[in-house]
Design a protein around this ligand. Structure first.
Ligand code: NAD
Ligand code: TDX
Length: 332
C-alpha cells in the first residue's frame, strides 16, 4: 500500500487518523470529504501538501469515487453523519450518507479490486443494563436504537454481504466513544468545555447516569492502522480502552479540571430513546493483532483536550452559536 483514500478525513476522528498516518507511516493520503457542517479544512492544517490532498465531494457520488480509485491502494471509510441528536431531528442525511454512501464505496472497491476498512460504532449493538456483567463482543447481536445507529448497522451489514457475495477485501471496526482535539462542539465533552469557556453551565441529559466507554482518538487511530495492516479479511474487530464512566462523573471531572465547583451543572431534557450503557470487550483485537491503547489515564487525556479547546477557539467558535441554538429548540 502506498496511498490511502480516507473518507471523512476532515471530521473529528478521520482527521486524527490522517495526522496519525502522516506521523507514523510512509503512506500518502487523499481525503474525500463533503465538508458538511461537521467537516473542517482547518483540521488538516499543518499536514504536508506533498502527502495529503483534500478532494471536496460526496461519497455517494459514484462517478467521483470511481475517478479516485486508480490513485489509491485502499479505502479507510470514516465519512458519516455521526450525531444521534441530529438523527432524531432529521434522519434523511443519515440514510443517504451512511447507507447509500457506504454502498457507493463498496461498489467502487468491488469494481476496482481495492481493500476497504469500514469504521463503525459500538452503538450497533444497542445498549446494556448498568449492572450487566457482560460487555459487547464481536458476537453480540445487532440491536440499534436510533436513526444514526440503525444506519451504521445497515452499512456494516452491507460490508459483510459484499465480502461474502463479491469477495471484496473488507474489514470492519466498531469503536466506543472517542474524545480528543478537533471534535465538533455538538458532542458531549467539547460542548461542556466550550460552555464553561463561555461561562455557561454544563448540560446533563436526564439524571446523567448513562455510561459511555471513553477512548482517546489517537488510540482509535492506532487500532484502525493495525487492522488495516494486519487484520484478517472479512473480520470485525471491536475497539475499546476500558474507559467506562457515567456522564455525571465526566461532567464533574471537567468542572474540577476547569476550576469550577463539581456540582455546577444543569439537568436538561433527556434524549428520546437514550441508550443507557455501552461497554466494549476488545480482547480479540488485543490478542489476535497485539494492539494496546496508550492513553490509560482519562484525566490527563481530558486535561490535554481542555487545553486544546482553550488554545484553539478560532477552530470551534464558528460552530458554537448555531449548535447551541439547535439545542435550545429541544430544551437541551
Ligand atoms: P464527524 O461528524 O466529526 O465527521 C464526519 C466527517 O464526514 C465530516 O468531515 C463530514 O464533512 C464528512 N461527511 C459527512 N457526510 C459526507 C458525505 N456524504 N461525503 C463525504 N464526506 C462526508 O464524525 P466523527 O465523530 O469523526 O466520526 C467518524 C466515523 O467514526 C463515523 O463513521 C462514526 O460513525 C464513527 N465513530 C465515531 C465515534 C465517536 O465517538 N465520535 C465512535 C465510534 C465510531
Ligand atoms: O449536552 C449533552 N449532554 C449529555 O448529557 C450531550 C451533547 C450529550 N449528553 C450525553 C448523551 C450521551 O449519553 O452524553 C453522552 C455522549 O453523547 P454524545 O457525545 O452525543 O455521544 P453518543 O450519543 O454516545 O455517540 C457517540 O459515540 C458513538 C458519537 O457521537 C457517535 O458518532 C459514536 O458512534
Amino acid at each position: 500500500m502506498s496511498t490511502l483514500l480516507v473518507t471523512g478525513g476532515a471530521g473529528f476522528i478521520g482527521s486524527n487518523f490522517v495526522h496519525y498516518v502522516v506521523a507514523n507511516t510512509d503512506y500518502d493520503v487523499i481525503v474525500l470529504d463533503k465538508l458538511t457542517y461537521a467537516g473542517n479544512r482547518a483540521s488538516l492544517d499543518g499536514l504536508p501538501e506533498a502527502r495529503v490532498r483534500l478532494v471536496e465531494g460526496d461519497i455517494a457520488d459514484a462517478a467521483l469515487v470511481d475517478s479516485l480509485m486508480p490513485e489509491v491502494d485502499a479505502i479507510v471509510h470514516y465519512a458519516a453523519e455521526s450525531h444521534n441528536d441530529n438523527s432524531l431531528n432529521d434522519p434523511s442525511p443519515f440514510v443517504t450518507t451512511n447507507v447509500i454512501g457506504t454502498f457507493t464505496l463498496l461498489e467502487a472497491a468491488r469494481r476496482h479490486g481495492k481493500r476497504i476498512h469500514h469504521i463503525s460504532t459500538d452503538e450497533v449493538y444497542g445498549d446494556l443494563e448498568l449492572d450487566d456483567p457482560n460487555r459487547f463482543t464481536e458476537h453480540t447481536p445487532y440491536n440499534p436504537s436510533s436513526p444514526y445507529s440503525s444506519t451504521k448497522a445497515g452499512s456494516d451489514l452491507l460490508v459483510r454481504a459484499w465480502v461474502r457475495s463479491f469477495g471484496v477485501e473488507a474489514t470492519i471496526s466498531n469503536c466506543s466513544n472517542n474524545y480528543g482535539p478537533r471534535q465538533h462542539v455538538e458532542k458531549f465533552i467539547p460542548r461542556q468545555i466550550t460552555n464553561l469557556i463561555d461561562g455557561v453551565h454544563p448540560k446533563l441529559y436526564g439524571a446523567g447516569l448513562n455510561v459511555r466507554d471513553w477512548i482517546h482518538a489517537d488510540d482509535h487511530s492506532s487500532a484502525v492502522l493495525t487492522i488495516l495492516e494486519k487484520g484478517r479479511i472479512g473480520e470485525t474487530y471491536l475497539i475499546g480502552a476500558d474507559g467506562e464512566k457515567n456522564n455525571k462523573e465526566v461532567v464533574e471531572l471537567i468542572l474540577t479540571l476547569m476550576g469550577e465547583a463539581p456540582d455546577s451543572y444543569e439537568h436538561v431534557n433527556d434524549r428520546p430513546g437514550h441508550d443507557l450503557r455501552y461497554a466494549i470487550d476488545s480482547t480479540k483485537l488485543r490478542e489476535e493483532l497485539g494492539w494496546a491503547p496508550r492513553f490509560s489515564d482519562f484525566e490527563s487525556g481530558l486535561k490535554d483536550t481542555i487545553a486544546w479547546y482553550r488554545e484553539n477557539e478560532a477552530w470551534w467558535r464558528p460552530q458554537k452559536a448555531e449548535t447551541e441554538a439547535k439545542y435550545a429548540r429541544s430544551g437541551q
